[in-house]
Ligand binder design. Structure first.
Ligand code: G4P
Length: 537
């Protein structure tokens, strides 16, 4: 594929890339743990009829067969650490749903996933409102200019008042909520929704455990009054109030991140899930050309290009291999094509390309802008790397967050130093942990640095079970890393309580116990270079 296409082929490829991109919707669900992300994922897939019964795609501890939670640790804790993409067709669109880890300790991972989406669904628990992790992820979306659709979930359970929830959204996110549907019945008495586009009533009917698609009944406003009486009247009055405050959807404001369309749902009963899919297809943006590191935009119809947003290995015992997930930015991806790896300028053959969702893998022959492809045994590829055919492109590097926890890592079995080295290198290139080195450390033991301490657990677990190199961690008393330079080293070295280490990318980091230790050094020596790293929100 690096060879020039006959002009006609290239034109055809460009046209199909543009046409296929137009029907892609690539998004992630952001939420606080327990808001119902896994349940919603199941429900979305169920609606698209990927699976016959809810529960087969995704799951948590103690639930039935899951494909997303692959690691023992994930199962034991009931959390999802890894990310993958679920692709399905709905109406005439192709939906790519990227999974994100819910736990705050993996926010860096989630951030990387959010670089690969065009929209986000903010899932809010009706009883809890906007929770901390939702707010953090929301801030990332806002910063990246990602349009957000809000889903108020668990309306079948007692919760806050719908209007109060709207106030909370506008006060805490500065987004103006523009509900597309409005609940009939208070939280805990969910009867259906009023569709604000035409004033009609979509009445939900329950199925056993929400295991199959909940049938909806469309009723006229007149029929709705007769059926629901006061609950309908109240919904109508509240909707009038919304209209009076200008809470109506306007596409350009949504795309500009000024407003957020809101839907009410009960993921566990599959209520409102079809409306979410329709909203994504009708309103969420399709992929557009992406700016490269210099800021110039490469058009969708240009030859294939992509960037790696996640690298992962040892997904489960049956597939002990390394996968690099790419988001396609331009052109057509054809399995087997030879592309260039931007960082090394080496050719890379895409022989094994897969759609991956947890344990489910499926070979991909063709893919288009917005799609996510898992490249198997891509040992040369690191997070943030660009791949391209024909015309070089360098997409912007992915942000590395400032670590806040540090530990020296040592092999527990000296004979296993080879496995130890390989494992540490692997975790570093996957971005599971940052590996820091220091000449001052006599035994040359690397220092692992993480944003959240649970990343240490993942590293320890994987070193033992995947690389067969059990490790011991010694926590270090630092909580703050600042970027420094060679010229500052002598002055820093003469001060106590500070350690300088080097990251794999060559960056020198000065480690401090806390901000007071930092300020003390800055006061003593004003000429030292000490710059903050990007904080994990
Ligand atoms: P997460 O991925 O965001 O962490 O949330 P998850 O889907 O695991 O859902 C967390 C809990 O909330 C689950 O209950 C789930 O069944 C429940 N839930 C999700 N959506 C709804 C909803 O619309 N209504 C109600 N009433 N509950 C909902 P659990 O007891 O922790 O697990 P399980 O044993 O029920 O699976």
């Amino acid at each position: 594929m690096t060879a020039a296409h006959p002009a006609g082929d290239a034109d055809r490829a460009a046209r199909s890339a543009v046409a296929e991109a137009a029907r892609r919707r690539t998004f992630a669900v952001i939420s606080h743990p327990d808001a119902g992300k896994s349940t919603l994922t199941e429900a979305l897939a169920l609606h698209a009829r990927v699976i016959g019964q809810a529960g087969a795609v995704h799951g948590k501890a103690g639930r039935r067969g899951t494909v997303s939670d692959w690691m023992d640790m994930e199962k034991a804790r009931g959390i999802s650490i890894t990310s993958a993409a679920l692709q399905f067709e709905y109406r005439d669109a192709v939906i790519n749903l990227l999974d994100t880890p819910g736990h705050a300790d993996f926010s860096e991972d989630t951030y990387r996933v959010l670089t690969a989406v065009d929209a986000a669904v903010m899932l809010v628990d009706a009883a809890k409102g906007l929770e901390t992790q939702t707010m953090k992820l929301f801030a990332v979306c806002k910063h990246r200019g990602i349009p957000i659709v809000t889903v108020i979930n668990k309306w079948d359970r007692p919760g806050k008042n719908a209007l109060e929830l709207m106030d909370e959204i506008s006060e805490r996110t500065s987004l103006t909520p523009t509900p597309l549907t409005w609940p009939v019945g208070i939280a805990g008495d969910f009867r259906g929704v009023l569709d604000r586009s035409d004033g009609s009533y979509r009445r939900f009917t329950r199925t056993a455990g929400g295991a199959t698609i909940a049938p909806e009944e469309a009723l006229s406003p007149e029929a709705a009054v007769a059926r629901e009486g006061d609950a309908w009247q109240q919904a109508v009055e509240e909707v009038d109030l919304l209209a009076a405050t200008g809470a109506d959807h306007e596409q350009s404001l949504f795309l500009d991140g000024v407003t957020t369309p809101v839907l009410f749902a009960s993921a566990v009963s599959n209520f409102g899930v079809g409306a979410l899919l329709d909203t994504l297809v009708d309103l969420a943006p399709a992929p557009t050309g992406r700016p490269d590191a210099e800021g110039s935009v490469r058009d969708l119809g240009e030859p294939f290009s992509a960037f790696v947003f996640k690298v992962q290995s040892g997904m489960d015992a049956a597939h002990r291999d390394r996968l690099a997930y790419i988001r396609i930015c331009t052109g057509v991806f054809e399995r087997g094509m030879v592309v260039t790896h931007g960082r090394t300028k080496r050719p890379f053959t895409t022989k094994y390309a897969q759609h991956v969702f947890g344990r489910e893998r499926e070979s991909v022959d063709l893919a288009y802008p917005g799609d996510v492809v898992g490249l198997v045994n891509a040992s040369a590829l690191g997070v943030g790397d660009s791949l391209y055919a024909d015309r070089p492109v360098d997409y912007p590097p992915l942000t590395t967050f400032a670590p806040e926890h540090f530990a020296v890592v040592r092999s527990r079995e000296t004979a296993k130093h080879k496995q130890f080295r390989k494992g540490i290198e692997q975790l570093d290139s996957e971005g599971v942990v940052q590996v820091l080195r220091s000449d001052r450390r006599g035994d040359g033991a690397p220092v692992l640095a993480v944003v959240g301490p649970m990343q240490f657990e993942v590293a320890t677990h994987r070193m033992e079970h995947e690389f067969n190199a059990p490790v011991a961690l010694d926590r270090l008393p630092y909580s703050l890393a600042m970027r420094t330079d060679e010229a500052s080293l002598p002055l820093i070295a003469s001060s106590g309580g500070v350690e300088v280490v080097q990251r794999a990318d060559g960056e020198l980091l000065a480690l401090f116990s806390d901000k007071w230790a930092l300020r003390m050094l800055q006061q003593r020596h004003s000429g030292i270079t000490l710059e903050p790293l990007v904080a994990a929100q």
